[in-house]
Ligand binder design. Structure first.
Ligand code: ITT
Length: 216
């Protein structure tokens, strides 16, 4: 259907977008542009919209489709930190540092502990076509693992366990069991196709591409 130029420095994001969009008939190519400035904002959508505006002077062709996607990990007991500062937090304290920040949150009751470690990934995907800009949102509630687990994925994947889903694909309440589950494994410990079933990125892309007129 369309060739999509994904403006990102993160190859993990490109792999996941391709896994999600190629079965829908789209080609996904990574687009590198030097000098894109990420504005200081506590709003993921504002960041994504700013990046897509900056990209418009670097289009590979005048009718190119450009995708930008901004994500963050929001930890409830840290009042949403690292949130929009996730890239900086990953590059500084990393997964180990985030686990240390939560190390005092312990309970013998697994359900209580799951609640104390609640977190969610959020993503905003923005697509610029010659007709205008479309925006999609996705979230993935879950919890921060007690220890790092798995070698796959990227970023905070080794410490994030998504909440189970019901048969309709909706997240169940924290601590509840659903029909679809990673069985307590993190995103880094499951196959990419399994992450796609749960992930904020897949959900933002689904929301976004549902708005693309089907004749395109
Ligand atoms: P671009 O802005 O160039 O696209 P980035 O890696 O900075 O790449 P984000 O700003 O969207 O991407 O992500 C903020 C941080 O959150 C970054 O450190 C990512 O590694 C991490 N992150 C985003 N999505 C993630 C995911 O699905 N799993 C694990 N970590 C993720």
């Amino acid at each position: 259907m369309a060739r999509i130029h994904f403006l990102t420095s993160n190859q993990g994001k490109v792999r996941e977008a391709a896994l999600h969009l190629e079965p829908l008939g789209h080609d996904v190519l990574q687009l590198h542009v030097e000098g894109i400035v990420e504005p200081q904002s506590d709003d993921l959508e504002a960041v994504a919209r700013s990046k897509i505006e900056q990209a418009k002077t670097h289009l590979p062709s005048k009718d190119a489709w450009i995708l930008v996607e901004d994500a963050g990990l929001f930890v409830r007991s840290l009042d949403g930190f690292p949130g929009v500062y996730s890239a900086h937090a990953l590059n500084t304290i990393g997964c180990a540092g985030l686990l240390r920040l939560l190390s005092h949150l312990q309970s013998k009751d697994l359900r209580v502990e799951a609640g104390l470690r609640e977190a969610e990934f959020r993503a905003v995907a923005c697509l610029r076509t010659p007709e205008g800009v479309l925006v999609g949102h996705g979230r993935c509630p879950g919890r921060i693992a007690a220890t790092q687990d798995g070698e796959g994925g990227f970023g905070f994947d080794p410490i994030f366990i998504p909440r189970d889903l019901d048969l309709a694909g909706q997240p169940v309440e924290a601590g509840e069991n659903g029909e679809i589950s990673t069985h307590g494994r993190t995103f880094a410990a499951v196959e990419p196709a399994t992450k796609d079933v749960f992930s904020h990125r897949a959900r933002a892309l689904k929301d976004l591409f549902a708005q693309v007129p089907s004749e395109r």
